[in-house]
Design a protein around this ligand. Structure first.
Ligand code: IVH
Length: 709
């Protein structure tokens, strides 16, 4: 439909339009916006593969709406703002919804939400200081489903389609186990009901399905949303059933009684209508954990912010929150525009995905010689942070994803996870992109690179003399997680290193502060501060020193375990590989590295010299493991516990704290050693595995009873 060249042109044009000052006159902007919006709608709805984030797409849409509002002469009937949206995919029967489904107006920050609240009050002729109640719930990121029940039976299910008409997917809907095929609506005098909801694949199911696909060599789903929207349109309902989809129902759109009257105000509030659905057996967002009635806009803002923080720990992908005026009679008075209800709004979270140009690939040399390719990107904002460079990890990954210099790439930053390139957008290639030629020599010292068998990384083996490796060791030594020397970050380390002040790690404790004061941009204050930070680091617990030595595979947690085993770091030299392997979580690989490192007399000499300089090498009392005897009085002493599913009586963090207070250790996965699996709602593969292994399963209530809460 669109050539690669054309797509590339439209993509660049979109980015230009989104820039603060795009240099186009109004009429040209409108023509361009019509074209790019249609293109992005096609990529989103038809291909299911957008190249812009929702945030960027909404930016284009809002820009067009604003120009049209301010310049009515530029509004034409074929503008994308004049239709609800979406092309229909062929092959399914088309059904007309009883009540057309519009979109939601987007808001991105607390100011937008306050403006929304002010607009609603104005529409209702209410004073600005009067508070309104809103129902707030997650904006599920899956596929919309419209359900029609008549005489208590699910008669028909359809996709949203263009809002007025959708595709009929009844057999697929019936294969979704969380969807009641029968519900006692007539008990509430309702004959014909149209509901709206979202089809979702939980994160656990997504992983399970992808694992299965990997095994059979099929292409994996890109994300749970694609998995859900793709599954619901399948021809084979049996396959839909195997995929364990879920449906959350979030709205009654039509409710006709015995007298043929459709009046939603009969429910009083949105909250009541959801409660009714919940009582009839539908899966709805749970009251107070997943949905909340907020008594004013500040409470709405707080709840949205809370969800933005916890979204990653939720079992389903959500891309924002939906805010609905709770009182249905008031909803009716607010009415609709051609695009959205005036009584509802979506609060969109900061986007986690965006596309940008990959400008170049550079190579970094790590402190252990690993060569890491790093993609330099045209700066792009992701979840509120500007990203201009991301690690590409290794050569194989670049080949696997077929990432080329000059590509437009999709970048993602999920939660606290470091940003990564999801994939190149091959459709936008012009032919000028270059396939990466991996270097054969170290970019810092020119020695030849080596790649060990079964390893993915290339390494510079010039361990002793490669300046990049040497510098990396100092940066690591001083870093926050290691010796935590505030004021000795990357650039300062590099400066001192280039001045020849840092050769051995002991040099950190021999720095000449009077010379330092004379450095440009340094001064007495920073030198004094650094002196204090270095001095303080001498009292660090021994595990920090061990970790800061940068021995391969010896991370913070292994360091803590090793330190707990000996009174002094130097004593580690006395332990054999067999001794080490008796320690928790220490295997063959780690013990071999530790034995080799401590067999080197230079390392012992280094530790002795550090000690002579006043650096602590002895285990502190606080570094001894806190032993809770298995026969202690605590109810979970000596037990391991794992939580799975959505907890309704407490948050995950609270649950973990309760368990730990009761003497338990929190496990990270299901194994035969696990004492209990505590399950919330919608538990997935962990529950299945625990059942297979005969692990005792506890409900939330049973867990709370056991710990006496
Ligand atoms: S209410 C008038 N509530 O967001 C529209 N929508 O355009 C009423 N969505 O694709 C929609 N979670 O499927 C509503 N809790 C929720 C929702 C939700 C997700 C989706 C919906 C549609 C889009 C809204």
């Amino acid at each position: 439909m669109y050539s690669a060249e054309k797509q590339n042109e439209l993509y660049q044009l979109s980015k230009q339009l989104l820039a603060a000052n795009n240099g186009l006159d109004l009429a040209a902007q409108v023509t361009a916006l019509h074209e790019v919006i249609s293109y992005h709608e096609w990529r989103y709805y038809v291909l299911n593969e957008p190249v812009l984030s929702d945030f960027e797409f909404d930016g284009l849409f809002s820009l067009l709406k604003r120009i049209e509002r301010e310049n009515p002469a530029l509004l034409s009937p074929n503008s994308p703002t004049q239709r609800v949206s979406a092309d229909l995919i062929e092959n399914f029967n088309t059904v007309t919804h009883l009540s057309p489904m519009l979109s939601l107006e987007n808001s991105y920050n607390s100011e937008d939400l306050r403006e929304f609240d002010a607009r609603v009050k104005k529409l209702l002729n209410l004073p600005a200081e009067q508070d309104l109640s809103y129902c707030v719930e997650p904006k599920f990121d899956g596929g919309t489903i419209v359900l029609y029940y008549e005489n208590n039976l699910l008669q028909r299910a359809a996709t949203r389609g263009d809002g007025a008409k959708g595709e009929e997917i009844t057999p697929n809907a019936k294969a979704i186990k969380t969807l009641p095929l029968q519900a006692n609506f007539t008990q509430h005098t309702l004959q014909k009901v149209e509901l709206r909801g979202e089809v979702l694949m939980s994160k656990t199911e997504f992983e399970r399905n992808n694992l299965q696909k990997q095994k059979t060599g099929e292409a994996v789903f890109a994300n749970p949303r694609n998995a859900a929207t793709g599954s619901i349109r399948m021809k084979d309902a049996k396959e839909v059933s195997r995929r364990n989809l879920d449906v959350f129902v979030y709205q009654i759109a039509y409710a006709e009684d015995e007298n043929g009257v459709n009046d939603l105000a009969r429910f009083g509030t949105h909250e009541n209508s959801i409660q009714l659905l919940q009582n009839l057996g539908f899966k709805t967002p749970k009251l107070n954990t997943e949905r909340k009635v907020c008594d004013n806009i500040q409470a709405v803002i707080d709840y949205c912010n809370h969800w933005e923080e916890i979204r990653d720990s939720y079992e389903y992908e959500i891309d924002g929150m939906v805010i609905k005026l709770n009182d249905i009679a008031l909803q009716k008075r607010c009415g609709y525009t051609s695009h959205h209800p005036r009584w509802a709004a979506a609060y969109k979270f900061k986007p986690k995905q965006a596309s940008t140009k990959l400008l170049n690939i550079e190579f970094q040399v790590g402190r252990l010689g690993a060569i890491t390719p790093v993609a330099k990107l045209a700066p792009v904002e992701l979840a509120g942070v500007v990203i201009s460079s991301v690690s590409l990890h290794n050569e194989d990954l670049i080949k696997q994803k077929d990432i080329r210099i000059g590509d437009t790439v999709l970048v993602e930053r999920a939660g606290d996870v470091i940003p990564q390139i999801v994939k190149p957008i091959a459709d936008l290639r012009t032919g000028a992109e270059q396939i990466l030629v991996f270097p054969t020599h170290c970019p810092a010292c020119q020695s030849e690179l080596e790649r060990a068998e079964k390893e993915a990384v290339w390494r510079c083996t010039n361990t002793l003399a490669c300046p990049a490796q040497q510098l990396g060791k100092f940066i690591h030594f001083a870093s926050k997680d290691a010796m935590n020397i505030d004021g000795m970050g990357e650039s300062i380390c590099e400066r001192f290193y280039k001045l020849g002040w840092l050769n051995s790690l002991t040099d950190v404790y021999k720095l000449d502060f009077s010379s330092m004061q004379k450095l440009e941009g340094f001064g007495k204050r920073s030198a004094d501060k650094l002196k204090i930070a270095i001095e303080n680091s001498k009292q660090n617990p021994a595990y920090r020193l061990l970790y800061s030595l940068g021995i391969r595979f010896v991370g913070r947690s292994v360091s803590k375990t090793l330190v707990a085993a000996v009174p002094k770091l130097q004593d580690l030299a006395k332990l054999s590989a067999a001794d080490l392997m008796k320690l928790e979580d220490i295997g063959e690989k780690v013990s071999a590295q530790v034995v080799a490192a401590f067999a080197n007399p230079e390392l012992i000499a280094l530790l002795d010299e550090l000690e002579a300089l006043g650096v602590n090498t002895s285990r502190l009392d606080s570094e001894l493991p806190k032993v809770i005897a298995a026969d202690s009085n605590l109810p979970f002493a000596g037990k391991t516990v794992l939580f799975t599913g959505t907890l309704s009586k407490m948050t995950r963090d609270e649950a973990k704290i309760f368990a730990e207070e009761a003497g338990a250790k929190i496990a990270s996965s299901v194994s035969s050693k696990l004492s209990y699996l505590v399950v919330g709602e919608d538990a997935g593969s962990k529950l299945t595995k625990a059942q297979q292994l005969n692990i005792p399963i506890l409900s939330e209530t049973e867990f709370l009873a056991l710990i006496g809460k």
